[in-house]
Design a binder for this molecule. Structure first.
Ligand SMILES: Cc1cc2nc3c(=O)[nH]c(=O)nc-3n(C[C@H](O)[C@H](O)[C@H](O)COP(=O)(O)O)c2cc1C
Length: 192
């Protein structure tokens, strides 16, 4: 039997960006609810919970939405979840974004446990997406997650690098080497 420590850490490491989904295999409503329950277990500054979640399931709406999404995100999700931050409830805007990011990470970690894959999408035109989803002016489209049954396999892993760790205080003398990703390779190439 695996220890709960192993199980939890493995769940974290198993979250990988999935960009190929099984075409035509719908995600059951109860699984989506499981993801949303995980999302809403996230920490939130002053417990304000500024988030709202828009779930887009039908193919036509997904395709329409992808008009406002850039070339690095033209994949085939079965479901798109748009995470909105309600500014009315957020006296400190940055915290609201952090709250929503925590909720998003919870969804991404919970997904593999129920056989699903996700990828976080940043490459979208917020104005256009807001318009398409009728998101009110004062509500922000903070993030987007693609969800579906994975059609690719990725190994669990951490991206631990020694250089990112400073014990006690920031080590200013340390050479700042570029990290493995590439700002111009926003999509799949960034995560090889
Ligand atoms: C805020 C944010 C925005 C992202 N936007 C995109 C995107 O638009 N398209 C994409 O293919 N991947 C996107 N990703 C996924 C990253 O490319 C991916 O997390 C990274 O390459 C590391 O791979 P891993 O998730 O498998 O660990 C985004 C991730 C984050 C956190």
């Amino acid at each position: 039997m695996r220890s709960s420590e192993e199980l939890i850490l493995n769940a974290i490491y198993a979250r990988r960006s999935i960009r190929k989904f099984i075409q035509g295999k719908p995600v059951e409503r109860n699984k989506l609810e499981t993801l949303l329950r995980a999302a809403m277990a996230a920490p939130s500054a002053c417990n304000i919970q500024p988030w709202d979640f828009i779930i887009i399931e039908d193919e036509e709406s997904i395709r329409a939405l992808q008009d406002g999404i850039d070339q690095y995100a033209k994949y085939n999700p079965t479901v798109i979840i748009v995470i909105c931050g309600n500014n009315e409830f957020i006296p400190w805007k940055d915290y609201g974004v952090v709250d929503c990011a925590c909720a998003m990470e919870n969804i991404m970690i919970a997904a593999p446990a129920i056989g699903l894959g996700t990828v976080c999408i940043g490459g979208f035109d917020r104005r256009k997406v807001k318009e398409q989803l009728a998101i009110p002016e004062d509500i922000e489209a903070v993030g987007m997650l693609y969800v579906g049954y994975p059609d690719e396999e990725k190994q669990p892993r951490t991206k631990y690098i020694e250089e990112a760790v400073h014990w006690g205080k920031y080590d200013g003398k340390r050479t700042r080497k570029p990290r493995p990703g590439n700002i111009l390779e926003f999509g799949p190439e960034a995560s090889l």
